[in-house]
Design a protein around this ligand. Sequence first.
Ligand code: FRU
Length: 487
Amino acid sequence: MVLDKVLWLFAFVTLVYCKAARQIEQDIQSVEAYIDSKKGDINQRYRLRYHIAAPVGWINDPNGFTYYKNEFHLFYQYYPYDSVWGPMHWGHVASRDLVHWKYLPTALVPEKEQCFSGSAVVDGDTMILMYTGHVNLDTEPWANETQYIAYSDDGITFHKYEGNPVISSAPNGSPDFRDPKAWKYGDHYYVVIGSKTDDKRGQVLLYRSTDMKNWEYLNVIAESKGDSYMYECPDLFELDGKFVLLMSPQGMEPQGDRYKNLHQTGYIIGSFSYDTFEFVPEVDFQEIDFGHDFYAAQTTEAYGARVLVAWFNMWEQPRPEAEDGWAGAMTLVRELRLVGDRLTMRPLDAMTLLRDEIEMVGILPPQQKLHLGKASELIVSGDLKEKIELQLEGSAGGEKAWLRWEPDTGKVVVDRGSGDIRQVEWSPSSTESWRIFLDVSSIELFCGEGEVVFSSRLFPEGEWIVTNTSPQILHATAYSLAWSVPL
Ligand code: FRU
């Protein structure tokens, strides 16, 4: 009798689970059919050529950055049905070299939970995604956040675990409890999760598990002293003998040149012990990128190096591309190094694979214009004792920007006009040139060996024209770059 009941219950649970799985399969098929039917309608005017963007619709944070079965996988927060944020799915791309990307089917679709940001780990032949299940509520606190997992044996189709959620609340019950970044060390999985204290200061929580399903809470590894009300998207990794806690704090007030974006992404260098589970900060929080549009960065390991990618946008900013049927992109993947008290970010060596034609090598006298295509790389150097300035504009008008070196202040400036400036001091460690990546509606400026990097979106019309508006002759090399993300 009891056995009968157990069997019935088992059959019932299996049926419910199979029905849910079938529903998810159908949802994914309809998302893919929708994408196929709409992608031809995208207005291409600002469409990026070598940066990941959604085929149609909205994207934000990078998620689940990992290497699995000979390919790098990158997922992203995705709402396919409009070019504004909506119920979160996980979009999916993969690459062999982190430069050429292909689209894969949408990996996660929302059910009762939206699929907020998270990460991926690989266990043998299985990829396991860990993400935040976000459920809106009708009454305060308006939402509930818990942690979910999903499995894949092929890196394409993902099955949500039937025992979700695997972590059902923060130790203090905070409804803001999201963005799990998991990794494996020794016999355990570890995860850091963003949250806040009862009095609304950002914090990062650490857990561990042997199977990704049962989690033990270990410690608070970072807590704001009051300058941030929430730490989003934490990531903890070892680099060159130190530990780096990367995160995206919300609510930091501007201080001079610093923290001028709505929210920040930066890092704390310190030490971490797998015995005491304590992270001891050694260098205070610093921004990692100094441009206008950079948020929610995530890292993974690639051939022994630590590489990073971020959302190439910022919350609550105007996005001209949204009129065209898409919104949001990823930055170029960068390699991180620890140099003294700072992280440097350098373009991957594989970026040179995109060089198509040399557009110029030689000197660029003052006021000389350089006509480039829509996607270019430019390497520029001059005498740092004097001012350097490049004006960037479109051959058919639209937005303009200026990249400047100011010897008096020792600062590099990215100026989008009308006072929309980001700037920071730069002391080159060896290389004194700038490497500038221009895509159809974006600028990434890597100074020297990546001591200082700016990522900013810009919306010129037509092709790029770069003018040497400095009082000195500059040396320049320019390449046109090939497409590496399909339309
Ligand atoms: C960061 C973030 C995350 C959240 C996701 C939702 O940009 O707010 O904290 O998981 O976006 O899309």
